[in-house]
Design a protein around this ligand. Structure first.
Ligand code: DX5
Ligand code: ZN
Length: 218
C-alpha cells in the first residue's frame, strides 16, 4: 500500500491546523514536517514549537525531516513535541548509529536520509537499525523543485537489500513527486511518497492525493 505524506512546507502557515485537517480528511497517511536550519540547507523553517502546536490537530504520525546540523542537540525536543518519526541526514552525522539510537531512546521511530549525490552504500550498514530510509529526489532546502531521476536506482538498491535481509523498514522518497514522477518511485520499491506542491498548491487536496495514488498504481 502506497502511503502519501503531504509536506506542510507548501501549506499556508497562517492556517496550519486547517491545512492539516484538509489533507488528513483527504486521505494522507503521514504529515511530513520539514525542519531547516539555514546551515545544512539555505533556508530556515520550523522548530519543536510548531511540532508541539500542530500535534493536537491530527491523529496522523508526524514525519519530521531534520535538515539541520547537530541533530543530536534537538532530537529530544522534537520527540517531546510529538514527532512520531524523526529522520536525520547521514551527511551531517559523524556517529550515525549513536544518533539513530538517540532517536529510538527518545521514543520516536528512526530514519536516515541521503541527498541525491550521496552514494546509497553510505546507509547500508545502518539498515538493520532504522525504521525508514528517506531518499531525497531533490537537493533539500525548498519545495517545488524538479525531480532528479538518477535517484531511482537507489530506491531499487535499498529495496533489494531489504528483501535480501528481510528487513522491516519503509522506503520514502521526497522532492519533486507529482503525477509524472511518482510511478518511477513506487515501481522501484518506495512505500511512502512525500509531496508538497503537488498537494498543497492544489485547491482540492483530496483530489490531489487520489490523483497521486492513481498515478502510482503498479
Ligand atoms: C525539500 C523538502 C521536501 C519538500 C518537497 O527540502 O524536504 O519535503 O517540501 O516539496 P515538493 O513536493 O514541492 O518538491
Ligand atoms: Zn522533506
Amino acid at each position: 500500500m502506497t502511503k502519501i505524506a503531504p509536506s506542510i512546507l507548501s501549506a499556508d502557515f497562517a492556517q496550519l491546523s486547517k491545512e492539516i485537517r484538509d489533507v488528513e480528511e483527504g486521505g494522507a497517511d503521514y504529515i511530513h514536517v520539514d525542519v531547516m536550519d539555514g546551515h545544512f540547507v539555505p533556508n530556515i523553517t520550523i522548530g519543536p514549537l510548531i511540532v508541539d502546536a500542530i500535534r493536537p490537530h491530527t491523529s496522523l504520525p508526524l514525519d519530521v525531516h531534520l535538515m539541520i546540523e547537530n541533530p543530536d542537540q534537538y532530537i529530544p525536543a522534537f520527540a517531546e513535541a510529538g514527532a512520531s518519526i524523526i529522520t536525520v541526514h547521514q551527511e551531517v552525522i559523524p556517529h550515525l548509529h549513536r544518533t539513530i539510537q538517540l532517536i529510538k531512546d527518545s521514543g520516536a521511530k528512526a530514519g536516515v536520509v541521503i541527498n541525491p549525490a550521496t552514494p546509497v552504500e553510505m546507509v547500508r550498514d545502518i539498515l538493520n537499525d532504522v525504521d525508514l530510509v528517506l531518499l531525497m529526489t531533490v537537493n533539500p532546502g525548498f519545495g517545488g523543485q524538479s525531480f532528479i531521476p538518477q535517484v531511482v536506482h537507489k530506491i531499487e538498491q535499498i529495496d533489494a537489500w531489504r528483501k535480501a535481509n528481510q528487513l522491516n523498514l519503509e522506503i520514502e522518497a521526497d522532492g519533486g513527486i507529482n503525477r509524472d514522477t511518482i510511478r518511477q518511485c513506487t515501481d522501484a520499491g518506495a512505500d511512502v511518497l512525500v509531496a508538497g506542491s503537488a498537494i498543497f498548491k492544489q485547491a482540492d487536496r483530496k483530489q490531489a492525493i487520489s490523483n497521486l495514488l492513481q498515478a502510482s498504481e503498479r
